[in-house]
Design a protein around this ligand. Structure first.
Ligand code: ZN
Length: 185
């Protein structure tokens, strides 16, 4: 975890540093000339409720925007997460210390509507990678090879219920999980 820790610290510095490719010295001088009251209000990770909260405030007039000021969407969510030590994409390996069961599934964090978990069985690497697809609508599924059960833990922005991506009447295609009787799980 030491490496990950160092990377997060570096990323946090990057998020608040000016974009170095641009005229660096000029942007520094302009920044110093600005009254601090013009600093834009930044919504932090806990303020994010809908996708609309993932818009940066933009830079104050006459300054070069930082990533924190100008980033939007999933990129912004990642930066806000890094500033609070929350790894939005969570590239850490999944819990491989046990077999996931229906009662106690292996949790898979996801910031999006869908997340794939790569299963290699239990013990680890006892079968080749099987991708188990999880979604917000169907957060639990199991590996068709070894039966490991995975469950999505959604950590992304909350839908306000008026989103544009509601498909009324749309039915998820059936998968293996829909046909397995619970007593065989
Ligand atoms: Zn498996």
């Amino acid at each position: 975890m030491f490496m990950q820790r160092a990377a997060l610290t570096a990323a946090r510095r990057l998020a608040v540093a000016p974009v170095a490719r641009r005229a660096f010295t000029i942007s520094l001088i302009r920044r110093e000339a600005l009254p601090t009251t013009q600093a834009p209000k930044i919504k932090m990770l806990t303020d994010v409720k809908t996708a609309d909260d993932l818009l940066g405030p933009g830079a104050a007039p006459g300054t070069v925007p930082t990533d924190l000021e100008q980033s939007t969407g999933i990129e912004r969510l990642e930066i806000l997460g890094k500033m609070e030590d929350v790894d939005i994409f969570d590239m850490r390996p999944l819990d491989a210390s046990r077999r996931g069961t229906v009662e106690d599934p292996i949790m898979v964090r996801s910031a999006g509507d869908e997340q794939f978990a790569g299963c290699t069985g239990f013990p680890v690497d006892s079968h080749s990678v099987i991708w188990v697809g999880l979604s917000k609508e169907r957060p639990v599924d199991r590996c068709s090879e070894c039966g490991n059960v995975y469950k999505m833990n959604y950590v992304g922005p909350q839908d306000d219920g008026h989103g544009h991506h509601h498909h009324h009447g749309y039915e998820e295609p059936k998968t293996f999980a829909d046909f397995v009787k619970p007593e065989y799980w």
